[in-house]
Design a binder for this molecule. Structure first.
Ligand SMILES: Cc1ncc(COP(=O)(O)O)c(C=O)c1O
Length: 411
């Protein structure tokens, strides 16, 4: 046997060695492709189709009565499954269309009056979130953007030093979307609490991939979504708010769903709910909720410790392979800093990514990150390694040249 063949076979763990592989059959796309993009869009569970059919059947047969049958309460059922994954109390999560809207719901509770008018975050936040917070300048906010020395990590001390008595909000990513670097949420929240600042932790790149303990870390509020590692499709994002903070918060971005008695349609003004539903606004995104609930249930059933242990094993193998190929990494190496994806910076990364996708090695490219590869619980170890090897093979073959100069596609 060739040494290389032996090596690849030893990486191909069977379902007996890797019990998480039994979930593969539940995710049709992972049986057909090498699916390395769960950091962007988790694979669709087979059961999502059944739930969408259930949505359509209810709409078709029950019409408006579907609200009472199932539609209205589905948002609370979904929120409850998110609460379990976040490690927070019941009735503390509300469902939203996307992170920008979930962020707006919490942001709208605050005024920005000097001297406590600063919003502090790092330059490696997700840009959409930055755009929203930057607009608060027109409401009196002052933005403090903490730079990253290397474009991969943020120095925790540097970020903590920027948070002081002038700080109102600290909206930061738990795991950075480019590099997958894990920020020390506990340390940042601890500093913020000491000086009276409020942290909004964006857990989009960690929820469903890492065990989270938001209540234990003392996080004031968190935003995130189900479409990546929770395999819950687009349109299912959430906001968690610490119940101890809740009563004092009165969201300006609001609507009838946040009212204590929404179906009374009172015109006497807003009377906010006392639970997490206080941060809702209008009609829930019902088809998205149907599509997404099964993925979240599967992740909860598997459990985050098992998912994390497998992720660390796979990303360690990928990093070892990157080193063998001499690739520049845009991700941290240390296990305690490593999220769930590996960012590989190779010349013509965008074009190589197009060839990978054409070959059904599904991944993405981000400026400043390179090619992002993200295995998940349904990935085989040999697939994770094969995706790294394919980058080297495509770079060597020159096949990527067909894509040079072509307009870039969304995704
Ligand atoms: C850290 C982080 N925040 C937010 C988003 C997306 O925000 P939105 O739901 O507003 O599109 C992403 C998407 O990739 C992300 O990685």
């Amino acid at each position: 046997m060739q040494p290389r063949a032996r090596c690849v076979r030893s990486l191909a763990l069977s379902a007996m060695d890797d019990p998480l592989l039994r979930w593969r059959a539940e995710f049709p796309i992972v049986e057909r492709t090498n699916y390395q993009i769960s950091n962007s869009l988790g694979a669709m569970p087979r059961r999502a189709r059944e739930r969408l059919m259930e949505f359509a059947d209810l709409w078709e047969t029950r019409g408006v009565r579907a609200w009472g049958d199932r539609w209205w309460n589905l948002q609370f059922e979904f929120a409850a499954s998110i609460e379990r994954i976040l490690g927070v109390a019941a009735n503390t999560v509300s469902m939203h269309q996307n992170v920008a809207m979930a962020s707006q719901a919490i942001l709208s509770c605050f005024a920005f009056e000097s001297p406590r008018n600063r919003i502090v975050y790092s330059e490696l936040n997700f840009p959409s979130v930055m755009y929203l917070y930057e607009q608060q300048v027109r409401r009196g906010a002052e933005i403090v953007r903490v730079p990253s020395g290397d474009g991969i990590t943020i120095d925790t001390q540097r970020l903590c030093d920027a948070i002081d008595e002038r700080t109102r909000l600290v909206p930061i990513s738990h795991v950075l979307f480019r590099s997958g670097y894990i920020q020390d949420a506990r340390a940042i929240v601890e500093k913020a609490r000491r000086v009276g600042a409020f942290v909004v932790l964006d857990v989009f790149q960690s929820v469903g991939a890492l065990p989270l303990a938001l209540a234990d870390w003392g996080v004031h509020a968190a935003v995130g979504g189900a479409l990546k590692y929770l395999c819950g499709g687009p349109g299912n994002c959430f906001l968690y708010v610490d119940p101890a903070e809740r009563a004092a918060l009165k969201p300006g971005f609001t609507g009838w769903a946040a009212h204590k008695d929404p179906f009374a349609f009172s015109t006497a003004g807003q009377d906010w709910r006392d639970d997490g539903g206080r941060f809702l606004n209008g009609t829930p995104n019902v088809p998205a909720l149907f599509a997404g609930i099964e993925g979240t249930k599967i992740v909860a059933e598997i459990g985050l410790p098992a998912i994390r242990a497998k992720s660390l094993r796979m990303t360690a193998k990928m990093l070892e392979r990157c080193d063998r190929h001499g690739f520049a990494l845009r991700s941290p190496r240390a296990a305690e800093q490593r999220g769930n994806h590996v960012s590989i910076d190779v010349p013509f990364g965008y074009e190589i990514c197009q060839v990978l996708n054409a070959r059904d090695i599904v991944c993405d490219f981000r400026p400043g990150a390179g090619i992002r590869l993200s295995p998940h619980f349904y990935t085989r170890d040999d697939e994770a390694v094969a995706a790294v090897d394919a980058i080297a093979a495509i770079a060597a073959s020159g096949e990527y040249r067909a894509f040079v100069g072509q307009p870039r596609k969304p995704g």
